[in-house]
Design a protein around this ligand. Sequence first.
Ligand code: ASP
Length: 583
Amino acid sequence: MSWRDLYCGELRTDHIGKRVTVAGWADTRRDHGGLVFIDLRDHTGKLQLVVNPERAADAAQAAREIRNEFVLQAEGEIVARGPESVNPNLPTGDVEMQVDKLSILSRSTPLPFQLDEENVDETLRLRYRWLDLRRDRMQRNFRLQHTAISAMRRAMDAQSFIDVWTPSMTRGTPEGARDFLVPVRLQPGKFFALAQSPQIFKQLCMVGGFDRYYQIATCWRDEDLRADRQFEFRQLDLEMAFVEREDVLDVMETAVVASFEALGRAAPSRPFPRISFDEAMTRYGSDKPDIRFGLEIQDATAVTRESEFGVFRNAEAVRFIVAPRAFSRSEIQRLEDLAKEWGAKGLAYVVVGEDGEVRSPIAKFLAPSELAAIEAPPGSTVLFGAGSDAAVLRVLGLLRLHLGRELGLIDPDLDVFHWVLDFPLFEQDEESGKWTFMHHAFTAPVAGAEVWDEASPAGVRGQHYDLVWNGWELGSGSIRIHDVEVQQRVFRTIGLTEEEAQSKFGYLLEALAMGAPPHGGFAMGIERFIALLAGEPDIRQVIAFPKVSSGSDPLTGTPTAMPDDVLRELGIQVLPQEDSSSA
Ligand code: ASP
């Protein structure tokens, strides 16, 4: 038996006079006394069914019982709609079906929410995700996702990459997050970690002679959930042997452009612009700057060295941005509150009114040379950061982003991809003073910098690169260390003893010592990329079954406690929880 001849969304005036069978969900049902109208929906669209008791008494009987989201099969004749009922907003809006036979294939209990209802609580939507996924928006997102990922795979195949599966259950792979642990019944008390990425395995694939590896890899990271973060997510993960940075960037740009083209969208032009980490930080106060708008950070450190204003004179750095608007006192107050939330002590400012008049509590302390260096036109506000350079850049970077959005300086139609290059290899933890890697422990230093002061590695640059789209970090990669001594030096610099390095990474050190080719790679977050392509504000909208911010899955009601006998078998005892209300 065939359930349907055509999809609901396919019917057009060409089909007028034809008898067809369609099947799908009852999107709406309108009972007009005698006639019943049903919009029948499938993944391609909607078709209006008209059930006329004079034409089909049995069908009319069945139609009376139908409620939203019942699954139906209808057989009948496609006819032209009367001129008054043509719906120009619907691709099938010129036609309708005069139903002869109507079968209810499946019923639905009353719905927890209507599919077209606005502002339904997200947890409720996720609890009934199978209903939520029927919505147009979700259907669109997942089909778009499929098109983009298929195009990426084709782009990788065309560039001679092979898809190799790497283990999910492994040793901790340090990507800067906590591991999810997997207990092992056969070895009670011992655990695997779920891979935070295939990082070391893909490097071993290079040592193993595969030359070019890729995978749409699932990664697990125990981090707080946010708009762009879930416990599990996927990466377009790749690694290449005998390459330089430019080769890797070229492959990634090809994959990105292939996705745009497969979706019929104007692709970003290549090569994507590149800026150095230092430039990103000093001009935009961020290592993933949104460069769709200006409002760049400017430096006033040199001109304020002799300032009468002590806050400026004594600060390590004085920087500012010039907002294109003369803010009122209350607007400045709000900005200052934000700056304080971000860690600033205050927010010095100079308002230049439309008439050129300067309003500022600090202007009287500023010498003409200082004011001249600021170059603020009438109708603008200069906002200063003064303090440690890192803090000043961070606060002004956040302020810049906030004002870019508030003042409508960002053109939402722009798609700007760019690379951030030349990151430091190490960074220092502000609290402990310890040095750690900036990307991960396997990134190579720039050529010629293979030896450094291990106690104080500030200034060593790494061959690390990030891809940024409209201010979202899409992914990271690097040229890797392929020399075992350099790898050991990195481990020592980040504070691992010889024994720790051996016990955690002995297998990598051995592999590097057995003929490791020069290699490098990249990983791009699939969900972030797709969310941006789909114009969604968060990645949950492009994940079929995501978790909510508490880390729970409302659909399956997980995570759950486990019975004692299961835990005993695994050698696990659960400690009493201080606060069990968060479950
Ligand atoms: N493994 C890295 C990450 O997940 C990406 C890479 O260096 O290829 O960020």
